[in-house]
Design a protein around this ligand. Structure first.
Ligand code: FAD
Length: 461
């Protein structure tokens, strides 16, 4: 069959960050493009991920800001928070953004199917609700991931995931978060900041596995200082419900503790959305976790099928899915072949205070590069001198000893995400420690400490 005999040149499954970008860029080259989305256009990021989460972080932080304003002379009367007012505003903005995604697709002549699509073979799809069969010269799978729920945990049906946390009508009376990754940590802070008694249960001893050890310790300590009851080295053995009071759920832990709550949130990681997608029928290879196996061009083992974003389990972040989708479309339709380089991606954890990080952790740097020098500082930011906020800022540079190349930059503190985005440019360009040293400080700022660290850190004997 020639390209012209297919219904479309490109069919994209999944209207999230990666799929929408690829569809639009391909359509702009004149290709005949269609996209299927089974839930809401915009995907996880816009509908139930980054965007509403960041709004919740902002909502939570206002509480602290109001309290701390007194140190700067503001007298603040009785304050209260109404979750329904906030939630309505948040959902209105999410609706607006989802509408923009839809309009942008239609403006670039992408045909939109509000339906689930499943693969029949390497060129054929079936739409679930309409039953329609569609053919395409190329297929891009961009179906993302979904929260993993431990189906063998008794009482798991009483728990919610990050999908539902955005739809709570009222604040929980008491919340238990299960997990130690960034989503668990962020939501524990959000709700503690909103005044909800919050417990975080994690099976290991320090949250944020995979991050730099100093960052992990600072964030762990930050949770405790924020009033979160952090329980480590324990797992859930059962959740039960007795309906007795405003905390009808009991979470039983492996260490013998019982926790009462009305809301239990699982944040134990995410799995690729490949169940029932038809990958077997189309011959598309999956890894043992269900992720689609792709090469550096995001191409699967089937000649006409590509995959981008979370479903490939490379780096599960919105800007990464967008870049992978863009690279695919430029390469396959725009006559401009390039692929995304996954090294040195700046990223954040929106805990309070937040984490901004780019490059390698100290342990990964030592493992991959041998001898490294560490520069680090931990200080009380100027703003906190007057407001009673006890939080501090941690900054850490990891420098390869042989040529002073900066391998990693890690910040825990207010505005760390904003700072690290700019530092990420320098790291991507191959910045060295002498480049940091000859950069003039911007005073007074917290970020100036990044360019004034002169003394190598020596571990205590
Ligand atoms: P998605 O955005 O998940 O889109 C996939 C789409 O495919 C979905 O809309 C789904 O409904 C649809 N779909 C699935 N199967 C089918 C099918 N068979 N047919 C049709 N449609 C289908 N990333 C960041 O960079 N920063 C953050 O701060 C951040 N915070 C997050 C917070 C939370 C709570 C979560 C859950 C995620 C967060 N992420 C964050 C991760 C980010 O949301 C994802 O990396 C990103 O959305 C991945 O994009 P994607 O295109 O791969 O998939």
């Amino acid at each position: 069959m020639t390209q012209a005999n297919y219904d479309y040149d490109l069919f994209v499954i999944g209207g999230g960050s990666g799929g929408v970008r690829a569809a639009r860029i391909a359509a702009l080259t004149g290709a005949r493009v269609a996209i299927a989305e089974e839930y809401r256009m915009g995907g996880t990021c816009v509908i139930r991920g980054c965007v509403p989460k960041k709004f919740m972080v902002y909502a939570s932080k206002y509480g602290k800001d109001i309290k701390h304003a007194a140190g700067y002379g503001w007298s603040v009367g009785d304050v209260s928070y109404d979750h329904s007012v906030f939630a309505a505003a948040m959902h209105a903005e999410v609706d607006r953004l989802s509408g923009i995604y839809m309009r942008n697709l239609k403006n670039t002549s992408v045909e939109v199917f509000e339906d689930r699509a499943e693969l029949v073979d390497g060129h054929t799809l079936r739409l679930k609700a309409s039953g329609k069969t569609i053919t395409a010269g190329k297929i891009l799978i961009a179906v993302g991931g979904t929260p993993w729920m431990p189906s063998d945990l008794p009482g798991v049906e009483y728990a919610i995931s990050s999908n539902e946390i955005f739809h709570l009508k009222n604040l929980p009376n008491e919340l238990v978060v299960y997990g130690g990754g960034y989503i668990a940590v962020e939501f524990a802070h959000v709700f503690a900041g909103l005044g909800v008694p919050t417990t975080l249960v994690y099976r290991k001893d320090t949250v944020l596995r995979g991050f730099d050890e100093d960052v992990r310790k600072a964030v762990h300590q930050g949770l405790i200082e924020a009033g979160v009851n952090v329980i480590t080295n324990a797992v859930f053995t059962q959740i039960s419900k007795d309906g007795a009071d405003d905390r009808p759920l009991t979470v039983e832990l492996s260490d013998g503790q019982n926790l009462r709550a009305d809301t239990v949130m699982m944040a134990l990681g995410r799995v690729p959305n490949t169940d029932g997608l038809g990958c077997e029928a189309a011959g598309v290879a999956l890894d043992k976790g269900g992720a689609i196996v792709v090469d550096e061009w995001s191409k699967t083992n089937v000649d006409s099928v590509w995959a981008v974003g979370d479903v490939t389990d490379r780096v599960a972040l919105t800007p990464v899915a967008i870049r992978e989708g863009h690279a695919f479309a430029d390469t396959e339709f725009g006559g401009n072949p390039w692929h995304f380089d996954h090294a040195d991606i700046a990223t954040a954890v929106f805990c309070q205070p937040e984490v901004g990080t780019v490059g390698l952790s100290e342990s990964d740097a030592r493992e991959q590069h041998g001898e490294v020098d560490i520069y680090k500082t931990d200080f009380r930011p100027m703003k906190n001198a007057l407001n009673g906020d006890t939080s501090r800022i941690l900054m850490k540079l990891i420098v390869r000893q042989s040529d002073e190349l900066v391998l990693g930059v890690h910040i825990v503190g207010d505005d760390a995400a904003e700072i690290i985005q700019a530092v990420g440019i320098a790291v991507k360009m191959g910045v060295t420690k002498p480049d940091f040293d000859r950069t003039c400080a911007l005073h007074p700022s917290a970020a100036e400490e990044l360019v004034t660290m002169r003394t190598k850190w020596v571990p205590e004997a």
